[in-house]
Design a protein around this ligand. Structure first.
Ligand SMILES: N[C@@H](CCC(=O)N[C@@H](CS)C(=O)NCC(=O)O)C(=O)O
Length: 236
């Protein structure tokens, strides 16, 4: 049995997709990161970085329990545990899948997160520069993924892999982030094709729709400051 601490955010949804594809039995511990569940001392023992996802696999290597954070590491762990269900077995294709998984972790993940921040959560009255900078980078990444999928059905090649599992949950935010998906016809077609995969639909259903502006507006301002490590929660 695998326990997962998660919410409806992209880095967690990718792990639900992986769990659904592998077919491993899992139990969800819902976490509200907007209101601070990640700061609970019991959770911090699992992940000192205070972020979800975290998994606890009671049947880890050598039959012993293992606790893991970092969604990319979790995807690779689940791939190995499942005997390779999440990435191609051909060696060259495998490394290309990893290449795009790592690209997501330095690309649409942090860049999408920054766009979300300056577009939706930053205090009003900032100059347009931060939003424009991250919008431009997100548009560049959309073009990059569109060009990838123009060459083969999935991000890294011919099969659905950790690369698609990692990137798809970020493309879910295209409308909320004001990014034009329809104009990128290959990315658009892939996005809707992947959306219809039963494993993906089951993964999304675990927590429901993405975090909306309305949900954020309801959060206590002090909790939001803690979440965004600003104001009295800023590090120096
Ligand atoms: N690099 C980490 C990022 C994890 C992450 O940023 N998780 C967010 C939700 S998607 C979170 O827990 N945020 C809470 C916080 O920053 O306090 C991963 O890929 O797992």
């Amino acid at each position: 049995m695998i326990e997962i601490y998660g919410t409806n955010s992209p880095n967690v949804v990718k792990v639900y997709i992986a769990l659904e594809v592998t077919g491993f039995e899992y139990k969800v511990h819902p976490m509200n990161v907007l209101t601070g569940d990640q700061f609970d001392p019991e959770f911090v023992k699992l992940n000192p970085n205070k972020k979800v996802p975290v998994i606890v696999d009671h049947d880890g290597p050598g039959g012993k329990p293992i606790t893991l954070c970092e969604s990319g590491a979790i995807l690779l762990y689940l791939n190995e545990k499942s005997g390779g269900k999440l990435a191609p077995t051909d060696k060259a294709a495998y490394w290309h899948a990893l290449q795009w998984l790592f690209q997501q972790h330095g690309g649409i993940g942090p860049m999408g997160g920054q766009l979300a921040h300056f577009l939706r959560f930053a205090p009003p009255g900032l100059p347009p520069y931060p939003e424009e900078r991250y919008r431009s980078e997100n548009n560049r990444l959309y073009d990059l993924y569109d060009a990838q999928i123009a060459q083969h059905p999935f991000i890294a090649g011919d099969s659905f892999s950790v690369a698609d599992m990692a990137i798809w949950p970020w493309i879910v935010y295209h409308e909320l982030h004001g990014l034009d998906l329809k104009r990128r016809s290959h990315l658009n077609e892939w996005f809707w094709r992947v959306s219809e995969m039963p494993a993906v639909q089951r993964a999304v259903a675990v927590h429901g729709s993405p975090i909306t502006n309305a949900a954020v507006a309801e959060v206590d301002p002090d909790a939001l400051d803690r979440f965004f490590i600003r104001g009295k929660y800023a590090f120096s």
